[in-house]
Design a protein around this ligand. Structure first.
Ligand code: ADP
Ligand code: MG
Length: 244
């Protein structure tokens, strides 16, 4: 479904992503791991068009999407959440998702009164899918951090993606929120036919839900393999898992 080939990105003299490779097959849950500063977020920004690569190629469903702007990439079926929560804080939970659904369908919400009545069923369905239906009328900025992160997933789903990219979906969450979010991701992958690419610090989470793990180190791909193979890899143990 997604193929990242030798993608590069420098900030000044510093190579944040250095000929990184990644393959995501349809239906998989793929994790990208690596220490802080390894280049995970930059890699995601290159895939979703927030940044343009200096070199390399990104192919989605057989089509070269390298360097396309974010809205074009989103239209092709890739949606994402951000490491730092990215929602409309002063809109309600419902409106946050409704805006995503409407804009995905190319309907502007300029005619606000009409827009308010549009896509209500679809929006509620998405809120139910992530378990935020009871908080639909709350102002998004007043939600707990964990709920805001989950809201961002619902917003991403409003774009009806085939590939959902999540940048540290459980960052800053309590252990309970983390567990339920992981369950949510697993359920979304299963019930909505979603392919998921995410990065995450907690190795227990990574090894419990990923079918495939890509290890990044200093902008490079050390290895991409099934969890068992990654765990057994000596280079990975030395670079990242601390030799345990
Ligand atoms: P990760 O998500 O794996 O923690 P990042 O992709 O955020 O890593 O960052 C990789 C490296 O690139 C870091 O050293 C970071 O400081 C640097 N970096 C990221 N974005 C920028 C930027 N916009 N300008 C300069 N340096 C950046
Ligand atoms: Mg990051």
């Amino acid at each position: 479904m997604l193929k990242v080939e030798a993608v590069e990105k420098s900030f000044g003299d510093f190579k944040a992503v250095d000929r990184a490779n990644l393959v995501v097959e349809r239906g998989e849950i793929v994790a990208v791991i690596g220490p802080n500063g390894a280049g995970k977020t930059t890699l995601f920004n290159l895939i979703t068009g927030q940044l343009k690569p200096d070199g390399g190629r990104i192919v989605f469903k057989g089509e070269d999407i390298t360097g396309l702007p974010p809205y074009e990439i989103c239209k092709k079926g890739i949606a994402r959440s951000f490491q730092i929560v990215n929602i409309f804080h002063r809109l309600t939970v419902f409106e946050n998702v409704q805006v995503a659904v409407l804009s995905h369908r190319g309907k502007s919400s300029r005619l606000l009164e009409t827009a308010r009545r549009m896509a209500v069923r679809e929006t509620m369905e998405l809120l139910e899918a992530v378990g935020l239906e009871d908080k639909a009328s709350e102002i998004a900025g007043t939600l707990s951090h964990g709920d805001q992160k989950v809201l961002e997933i619902a917003i991403a789903l409003g774009n009806e993606p085939e590939l959902l990219i999540l940048d540290e979906p459980t960052a800053g969450m309590s252990p309970e929120e983390t567990a339920s979010t992981i369950e949510l991701i697993r359920r979304l992958a299963e019930t909505r036919n979603l392919t998921i690419l995410f990065c995450e610090h907690d190795m227990e989470i990574v090894f419990s839900i990923a079918n495939s793990i890509m290890v990044m180190h200093q902008g490079r791909t050390l290895i991409q393999a099934p969890p068992g193979e990654v765990r057994a890899n000596r280079e990975v143990q030395e670079a990242y898992l601390g030799g345990e």
